[in-house]
Structure formats: C-alpha cells, structure tokens
Design a protein around this ligand. Structure first.
Ligand code: ADP
Length: 525
C-alpha cells in the first residue's frame, strides 16, 4: 500500500517536473524570439546612424566636387583650390586634381597637413601619394560622375580617399579627396554618438575590422552580458562598424539574475526528479523481473513440496490398506510416517496461504497480550517430533519473568516454527539447535530477542540479506535435494515487522547461523 502511494507520488513528481521543463522550454523559446526582435531593432538603429554619418561625409564631398566643377568648367586659371577649401569650411586633409593622364594639373594639390612645428608640409606627401596611393585608386576604371572611395592602411596609418571622374567638353579630370579621419573620430562621431551617462538607453561606439574600439564616448564597459550589434560602414570607412549596445538597467539586471538563479534551481530540481524517477523505474523493473523469475521457481518448488509428502502418504496408506505390514509395529511406523508427512503438508499449506494473504495486503494479524515464552514453548513442542526424526536436540533457554507483549500468537508461532524448521532442514549435520529468549539491548533500546542458533553450513555473506526476500533460496541449497519454497523467511520478516520488530541473521560459512527475531518491549515502543 505504502509502495503504491510512493509510486503515485513519484509519477506525480515526474509529471510536475516534465511540466516545469516544458514551461521553461516554452519561455526560453519566447525569450529567444523576443531577444531576436530586440536585436533587429538595434540593428536598424545602427544602420540609421551609419546612414547619417555617411550622408554627412558624402554631402561635404559633393560640395567640394561641385565647387571644383565650377572652377574647372570655367576658364579661370590657375586653379585656387586652397582658397576654395577655406571658403567652403569643409574638413579634409588634402585634395588632388589630376588630368586624364593622371598627372596633377597646375595648382591641383592642396593640403591642410602641417608638420610638428605647425608649418605647411612641402611636397613630400604629394610625391608619396602619387607613387604609392594613386596606382591603387584605379582612377581610369571610374565611371563618369560617380563618387567612389577607398579606405585602407598605408604605412600603419588609416586613410580614406574619396574620388570622382569629371569631364568638361573633351577634358577629363579626376578629383581625389583625402578625408580628415581625425576630424571624423574627434568631432563627427561625438556629434552623432553622444552618451548621457545615467539616462542613455543605448551606447554607440565605432570598432575597426579587428573589433578594436576606434571611438567610444565612455571609459567603461557593460560586460559581455549586454546585447549589442555591429553594422558596417559601406560608403566611407569600410571595415569600421557602428556598435550599438543596450544599456543594462541595473535593477532589471538584478531581477534577471535572481530569476536566472530561481530558474536554474527549478530546472535542476526537475531534472533530478526525472532522473530519480527513471532510476526508480529501472530498479522497479529489475525487481519485478527478478520477482517473476523467483515466482516461477516458487511454483515448481511448491508443487514439488506438495507432491513428495502426498506420494509418501499415498504409498504408505496403500501398504496399510492392503495389510502389507510385517506386524503391528511396522503398521505404527507407517501410520507415523503418514502423520508426519500430513503435518508437514499442512504447514506448507499454512505458509502458502498466509503468504498469499500478506501478498494481497490484507490485515492478517490479531494482536492480544501474551507471554512470548509460552508461545515459543508451544512452537518448540509442535516441532518436537520432527527434531526426533532428524535426530537433533534443541536446548531452550527462556529468561524468567519476561514482560507480556502484544502479539498475534498464531503468526508468532508460525515464525518460530519456520526458524526451527530451517535449522532442522539446513543444519541437520550440526545435531544441535540452541534457542534462547531474553531481554537484550539493541540500538540502545531494550528488546525481547528470540535467537535460534544452529551449527550447520551457514550462509554466504552476499546472500544473508537476500534470503529474506520472497522466493529466494540460497545458491548452495538449490543444488541440494533440500525441499523448500523460499517464502519461510519472508513470512518471518513480515511477522516480525508487523510486531514492530525485525529479524536478522549472523552466519559464518561452515560454522552455523543465528537468526534473531526481536520485538519491542511495550513501554519503549
Ligand atoms: P525455504 O527454506 O523454503 O527455502 P526460507 O525463506 O525459509 O525458504 O529460507 C530461504 C533460504 O535461506 C533457504 O533456501 C536457505 O538457502 C537459507 N536458509 C534459511 N535458514 C537457514 C539455515 N538455518 N542455515 C542455512 N541456510 C538457511
């Protein structure tokens, strides 16, 4: 009954654990899709920013190209780019105007670049550009009037070149602008990506192709937990990206951490419950399979046990009936055999019936106050004849004035008889059985202990627990022609436990076994 309750509770717990896991699976999937939507909106924001920054660069380039257009298309000569750059208020480092042969037109180079002393640079940079950079710009491949750009590193420094091909009449010109990256990072980015610490919901930064920060408005990091996305520049500083990071809300973060902890506890608990359930199930299946194997063995054992005394009874009965006896003495002997075997048969049937009742879980005990000593003596009396037949002696030592206990006399007698019977059956060679009933201290409590000791073959240590299982018979016994069904000790254990006691065995192979059946003494229950 208790086992059934336990199984039901376990099934319920496993179901609850499965529901918990399903819930977490569902909420995780929802969270993932919510997070994806969040990231998509961040990506949109970053793309917007990229667009704005690049539009501002393109606008300035356009201004420059258009202004040069006016000059180049007119007849005004020579070209005064420097003036133009200053007038337009555009931030750039240098401008190159080249003819169709890609040579500089007169006055076609202007630079804002200054040396360390603040003096205007000489022709060094111009010459370097013509030699190292110009060939890589592939100006001749440019489509007419379409702005192109190249972002890259030369001699360890970042450069951004914007270029265009123009034609006036039959004249073709190329214009190349060296953009002011220092201005871009130092002025433009801060304009587009400000950060109001404490209020801002998002942080915008710029990273290069290696993921290293090119620009950040803050001096700290939110850690790897904060969600962020990168969107690359496409029309200017290619390879650089705008990185948007969701600024974590401290309070919300704490709540998330708390929730995460609780979630892990629940998920861990659910997994443990399911695993425990599985282990329990595996054990139960193993147990059940073993019980089934033992049960079929039991059926053949019992049938055998029923058949043997029956055939003896019918054989000797027939001899008596036919008068095939040598005299009255032999007739008495035959009758004695018939009586002994029928008693044995009766006991086996009693055992099987009681066992069946217990298996069905029916209340089979009727308790009343009794003197255990008397009950034990009665049991010894009942097996007396068997002892004589087996040529064994029993010594009975019962402590006087033992307290009365509540017990089921019939069940207890059956238990004692089973223990003595086993000693007769298995320890016949030992000749002697010692039975004592006395008060003893077990687990610091005084108990009433019945001990049945024999001097037989003993029981292997590995099997000393198993012999109390229903249908179990020790390996050594199964090989011998000793009759048994494997339910005797299971019954003894059930009876002992029903009396709030228990039965134990201490045994040494080759020396004998002592079975101790103990009962609690009433006021200590
Ligand atoms: P059965 O005697 O019908 O086989 P029991 O449940 O009474 O069943 O005993 C279970 C097993 O315990 C026996 O088969 C035997 O192997 C072992 N056993 C019980 N009593 C003794 C004993 N006194 N000495 C040795 N083995 C014993």
């Amino acid at each position: 009954m208790r086992r059934l309750l336990l199984v039901n509770a376990l099934i319920f717990a496993v179901l609850a654990a499965a529901v918990t896991l399903a819930y977490y699976g569902y909420s995780y999937a929802t969270e993932v899709s919510y997070r994806e939507a969040e990231l998509a909106s961040l990506r949109e924001l970053a793309a917007d920013k990229v667009f704005s920054v690049e539009s501002s660069i393109l606008r300035d380039d356009d201004k420059m190209f258009r202004a040069l257009d006016r000059h180049l298309s007119g007849t005004a000569a020579p070209l005064q780019i420097e003036e133009l750059v200053n007038n337009l208020g555009i931030h750039l480092v240098s401008v190159f105007v080249l003819d169709d042969k890609q040579t500089l037109v007169p006055g076609g180079y202007v630079s804002q670049r200054r040396d360390k002393e603040g003096n205007k640079e000489g022709t060094e940079f111009r010459d370097w550009f013509m030699k190292e950079v110009l060939p890589q710009l592939r100006l001749h491949q440019l489509p007419l009037r379409e702005r192109a750009h190249l972002h890259g590193t030369w001699e360890g420094k970042d450069y951004l070149w914007s270029m265009i091909k123009r034609s006036w009449g039959d004249k073709v010109h190329y214009i190349v602008i060296e953009e002011d990256l220092a201005h871009l990072v130092g002025v433009i980015f801060p304009q587009f990506f400000p950060f109001d610490n404490g209020h801002a919901k998002r942080l915008f930064e710029v990273v290069d192709q290696r993921g290293e920060l090119v620009y950040t408005p803050v001096t700290f990091s939110f850690g790897s937990d904060a969600s962020s996305v990168d969107v690359s520049f496409v029309d200017s500083v290619d390879g650089w990206s705008v990185r948007v990071t969701e600024v974590p809300d401290k309070e919300a973060q704490k709540q998330v951490e708390r929730k995460r902890l609780i979630d892990s506890l629940f998920i861990g608990g659910a997994i443990t419950v399911i695993l425990t359930g599985l282990v329990f199930l595996a054990l139960a299946i193993r147990r059940e399979r073993r019980a089934n194997e033992l049960k079929s063995e039991f059926i053949s054992n019992v049938s055998h046990e029923l058949k043997t005394p029956l055939s003896i009874i019918s054989m000797f009965g027939e001899m008596l009936a036919n008068g095939r006896t040598k005299g009255p003495e032999q007739a008495t002997e035959y009758a004695d055999i018939i009586w002994r075997e029928s008693v044995r048969l009766g006991r086996l049937i009693d055992n099987v019936l009681d066992f069946a009742k217990i298996e069905r879980g029916k209340g089979v005990y009727e308790f009343s106050e009794a003197d255990v000593g008397e009950v034990v003596e009665r049991a010894v009396d009942l097996v007396g004849r068997r002892l004589t037949t087996a040529e064994m002696a029993i010594t009975v030592d019962i402590e006087p004035e033992l307290p009365l206990v509540k017990l089921d006399g019939n069940a207890f007698t059956l238990a004692v008889m089973n223990l003595i019977d086993n000693a007769i059956k298995y320890a016949a060679g030992g000749k002697k059985i010692e039975l004592t009933l006395a008060k003893k201290t077990i687990d610091e409590k005084e108990r009433l202990v019945l001990s049945v000791r024999d001097f037989g073959p003993g029981i292997e240590p590995a099997e000393q627990d198993q012999i109390f299982e229903r249908f179990y018979r020790a390996r050594a016994v199964r090989l011998k022609p000793i009759r048994g069904s494997g339910i005797g000790l299971a019954l003894v254990q059930h009876i002992a436990r029903a009396h709030h006691g228990d039965v134990t065995v201490t045994s040494e192979v080759g020396k004998g076994s002592t079975f101790e059946l103990w009962l609690p003494i009433p006021d200590q229950k």
